[in-house]
Design a protein. Structure first.
Length: 594
């Protein structure tokens, strides 16, 4: 990621780290590259007849409805129905247009685009059957819950705006909590079968960051304020540091998690090395810090209209421009907080396993992971009664003096993967694989990894993150192999960065030997004027101040219908399953009414 500021100075995150003398190692690119009421799992419309008593004279006709039963909740909208765009384009904008920075509008949605990259349609047997859902699930990645008050952060200044600092960091827990609340709105209509978090749950491997992540899922109170428990904003004004209730994931939605480089390495790049980053539990910052991202913008916190140097945005007086001038920032001590302590790979796994308000037990991890200190896992049945399996991989390095943000894939893990693929195929399971990094990041084992997935005809999907970009990478079967040896690798944008979206998947059996993987982008529901909505405002500002939109991808990387072919051994197994309604059909119908 490269950012060009107003003076034409270019500096990437890692160039800043090296040039500032803070670190003595060269780090590679990590998170940017060239990021209610009803509950019916099968979404079947069950009529609850009120009924009438035949012995009662003048009884009203039975309408089949009970006035005491609340109507089912309305299905929320996806980006098939409408999209969220900037009032100004999501690219670097002229300073004269600053009053409109960060403002958004809704536009028409994007219909699903048909893709047959794997040549699956060619092997259809021509049978006619009603499409049936095999798995309906959500993918979030690169959530980056951040303790932006930690002394182990980078400088809050224009020379590190590339990715070492984001103006929306103070809202990171709010963004994730809002994503969980949005999932719940959909789950109230039909619960997803499961949810996958593919790494970088945290930004800086702090205990408190993972605690806030888990609090949002578990429905606990979240207090995103470490060190000095200050309250610089007047009562009633939106303050991202005030405590708030966690949304709590819908009880019928299971979740799975794997680790990313930011979960294991300081700033996603370094081992916990004193010469590189400050002690997170200490009082001395790594380099320079501001007092806070928002309150110091105002000359008088009791008067939200009074801004330093006229830096308010005229159309949103409660929000202001954070100056890029170095004179705005200062080096000062911070209040120590033991909850900022580093956590290592196994401490992270233990915290995830110990979160037991939702299933499944361990969220992919189990006792073998603890005994063997192994961070990759297998789950045979995320959807009860359906032949789907998950494999959660670890592509992150916990090294110290190499470019550790880059992905890696050991021979030991590759051998384990091949063994699991062979076994799951023998059990007639379709396989979804997840890793934090894309396969192109696996170094010397990239080709061997893809060959292993090609060799197993049951693999249908590989979901990833890390680069914070929406990207679909089809991997057709190599020459000489049948189409069912092909699969799709799909990367999702980072949740904290623009466009702040999650991806809904649905794997569908068409009954003719082929299937479809639906991909549908979903925006976080943010009410205008709320603390949460301020996160979108500042995220878009970051884009329009020069970082650009590196997350949305192309239209063909977002709402798509990807054709796949099933191996012959799976076809009778899949066709014998009970029918399940296809939830994506409802998203498509919503789009048709736009």
């Amino acid at each position: 990621m490269t950012v060009k500021d107003r003076t034409g100075f270019l500096l990437t995150r890692r160039e800043f780290v090296v040039s500032s003398g803070v670190a003595v190692i060269a780090a590679s690119c990590d998170d940017s590259s060239g990021s209610n009421n009803a509950n019916n799992t099968n979404n079947v419309n069950n009529n609850n007849d009120a009924g009438t008593d035949a012995d009662i004279i003048d009884a009203q006709p039975d309408t089949g409805e009970d006035e005491n039963i609340a109507p089912p909740p309305e299905r929320p909208t996806t980006t098939v129905k409408e999209t969220i765009r900037g009032v100004l384009l999501e690219t670097a904008q002229l300073e004269d247009l600053r009053p409109a920075f960060g403002l958004t509008k809704t536009e028409a949605g994007e219909s699903h685009i048909d893709r047959d990259d794997l040549d699956a349609i060619s092997v259809s047997n021509g049978a006619s059957a009603e499409p049936s859902s095999l798995a309906y699930f959500v993918h979030m990645t690169d959530i980056h819950v951040t303790d932006e008050e930690s002394p182990a952060r980078m400088i809050h200044s224009w020379i590190a705006e590339g990715s070492a600092w984001r103006p929306q960091e103070a809202w990171s827990s709010h963004v994730f909590n809002g994503a969980i609340a949005t999932v719940n709105e959909f789950a109230a209509v039909r619960p997803m079968d499961f949810l996958i978090f593919s790494g970088d749950l945290t930004d800086n491997k702090h205990y408190i960051e993972l605690r806030w992540f888990l609090d949002a899922i578990e429905g606990n109170t979240i207090n995103p304020d470490t060190g000095d428990d200050d309250d610089p904003r007047a009562p009633g004004l939106p303050d991202p540091h005030d405590p708030y209730p966690g949304a709590g994931l819908h009880p019928d939605v299971k979740w799975f998690a794997i680790q990313g480089n930011h979960d294991l390495l300081a700033l996603g790049n370094f081992d916990t090395l004193d010469f590189a980053v400050a002690d997170p539990e200490g009082t001395t910052p790594t380099f320079a810090m501001s007092d806070a991202a928002i309150p110091t913008c105002f000359a008088d916190n009791l008067d939200p209209g009074a801004c330093v140097d006229g830096s308010c945005y005229s159309e949103t007086p409660d929000r202001c421009f954070i100056p890029a001038s170095d004179s705005y920032y200062q080096v000062h001590s911070t209040v120590a907080d033991p909850n900022r302590h580093w956590i290592d790979r196994m401490a992270w796994i233990n915290m995830v396993i110990d979160s037991n308000t939702h299933g499944p037990s361990g969220h992919g991890f189990n006792n073998d992971n603890l005994v063997e200190e192994r961070s990759y896992w297998r789950h045979d049945e995320p959807v009860p009664g359906l032949p789907i399996a998950l494999l959660g991989l670890d592509s992150s390095s916990a090294g110290g003096v190499t470019a550790s943000a880059a992905g890696t894939f050991s021979q030991e893990q590759l051998d384990w993967l091949i063994e699991q693929l062979d076994d799951l195929a023998s059990l007639n399971k379709l396989i979804v694989v997840t890793s934090h990094h894309c396969s192109r990041d696996f170094g010397t084992n990239t080709n061997a990894f893809r060959a292993a997935l090609h060799a197993c005809p049951n693999v249908v999907l590989h979901v990833t993150g890390h680069h914070h970009d929406n990207e679909i990478m089809p991997w057709p079967a190599p020459g000489g192999m049948d189409p069912w040896h092909g699969y799709y690798e799909i990367q999702n944008c980072g949740l904290l960065d623009w466009p702040q979206q999650m991806r809904f998947y649905e794997l569908v059996n068409l009954g003719d030997g082929t299937g479809i993987i639906y991909s549908t982008m979903v925006n976080i529901h943010m009410e205008p004027g709320t603390t949460l909505e301020a996160a979108r405002f500042y995220t878009l500002i970051h884009v329009q101040e020069g970082i650009g939109d590196m997350g949305s991808g192309e239209e063909t990387d977002r709402n798509v219908a990807m054709h796949i072919a099933f191996p012959p051994s799976m076809i009778p197994v899949l066709n014998a399953l009970p029918h399940r309604e296809v939830e994506t059909d409802h998203f498509i119908k919503q789009g048709e009414s736009k």
